[in-house]
Design a binder for this molecule. Structure first.
Ligand code: ATP
Ligand code: MG
Length: 327
């Protein structure tokens, strides 16, 4: 049915059984979400959150312990072959055949999915152009940069014209320029209608690319919404960072101001005891900044830095888990 969502995941669980001395691992503990056709959806979470396991279950490589997954209406456990035709995956570890050329990587994949010769060649040409790898058509993949290899894997994944493209941490290990190029290519694919599901532990990447995202930790969804709504959900709605040299602590007075919802003293690496580094979660409305500055002035403090920012997804994650996402 053309009206089914591109993907439905219902109460998915996966427990890897105990092996020898290694105990059983509850990698996924009841995930539910669905992705509409044409959507760009993200699973954002730290190492070990269960992202690859979830993708493995969706792509039929990992057998779920419980729950149900439908790809374009097709149950992946009951009809794995039908499901695999409707999806494509770019795995976390590169797995390009070292003996084939880039063109052959694509056309062999097309043959595997039963595409007639003329169509596979035409499609390979079109995808190599789209992913900007045409000039590497006769190269062996392992001679290419990481960013180029990643694009070959995406082109290969798209050869059988899947409904859903899943990418497992596609930009991990790429340099900033290659990462940006890949972002643009993914946005291009999304614009032409490809449904994309991406996992990442990069906040900025999730923020920039995903229309909706789930923050995943320890096999559970902590929250799921648009990046904007997630950021708006933080107390106050804005973050005021302030660094000052001060003869007396500023925090108690600032924390008591109208419009300051929460306040924290941050570590200061300089070791300078007169330096106070503060983060205030604020409701940035009427005159807040004036009130803050007048507290600073009347304490006789020297202001080194002040910034009022919209919160980032990083701040959302810290707020939800109390920890930093970076390894
Ligand atoms: N084949 C397996 N056998 C046993 N445990 C596994 C297996 N694969 C993953 N795990 C465990 O399941 C948990 C989730 O792992 P998973 O690879 O799904 O996380 P992830 O979010 O993809 O992490 P990363 O960001 O590091 O790729 C981890 O504790 C991991 O050690
Ligand atoms: Mg993973």
């Amino acid at each position: 049915m053309s009206t089914s969502p591109a993907l439905v995941v219902e109460n998915l669980t996966k427990t890897y059984p105990a092996k020898g001395k290694a105990p059983a691992v509850e990698a996924v503990r009841g995930l539910s979400f669905s992705v509409e056709a044409g959507e760009f959806f993200g699973l954002l979470g730290p190492n070990g959150a269960g992202k690859s396991t979830t993708l493995g279950c969706i792509t039929t490589l990992v057998r779920p312990t419980g729950g149900r997954i439908l790809v374009a209406g097709v149950d992946v456990v009951a009809q794995p072959i039908e499901a695999r035709r409707r999806l494509a995956v770019v795995p976390q570890t590169r797995n390009l055949d070292r003996d084939l050329t880039v063109r052959e990587v694509l056309t062999y994949h097309g043959r595997y999915f039963g595409l007639p010769a003329a169509e596979r060649e035409a499609r390979a040409d079109r995808l190599m152009t789209e992913l900007q790898i045409t000039e590497k058509a006769t190269s062996k993949p392992l001679t290419l940069s990481g960013g180029m290899q990643q694009r070959v894997m995406i082109a290969r994944a798209l050869m059988h014209d899947p409904r859903v493209l899943l990418l497992d941490e596609p930009t991990t290990g790429l340099d900033p320029q290659a990462r940006r190029q890949l972002w643009e290519l993914l946005q291009g694919l999304h614009k032409r209608g490809v449904t994309i599901i991406l996992t990442t532990h990069y906040m900025e990447e999730a923020d920039r690319l995903c229309q909706r995202l789930a923050i995943v930790d320890h096999g559970r969804i902590l929250t799921l919404d648009t990046p904007d709504n997630l950021k708006k959900s933080l107390p106050g709605g804005a973050i005021l960072d302030l660094v000052a040299r001060t003869p007396q602590p500023l925090l108690p007075t600032l924390a008591a101001l109208a419009g300051v919802v929460r306040s924290e003293r941050l570590e200061d690496a300089s070791g300078d005891a007169t330096k106070e580094r503060l983060r205030l979660f604020v409701d940035a409305g009427d005159g807040l900044l004036d009130r803050v500055l007048s507290v600073v002035k009347s304490a006789g403090a020297d202001l080194d830095h002040v910034s009022l920012m919209a919160p980032s997804l990083e701040d959302v994650y810290i707020h939800l888990t109390g920890k930093d996402l970076r390894e």
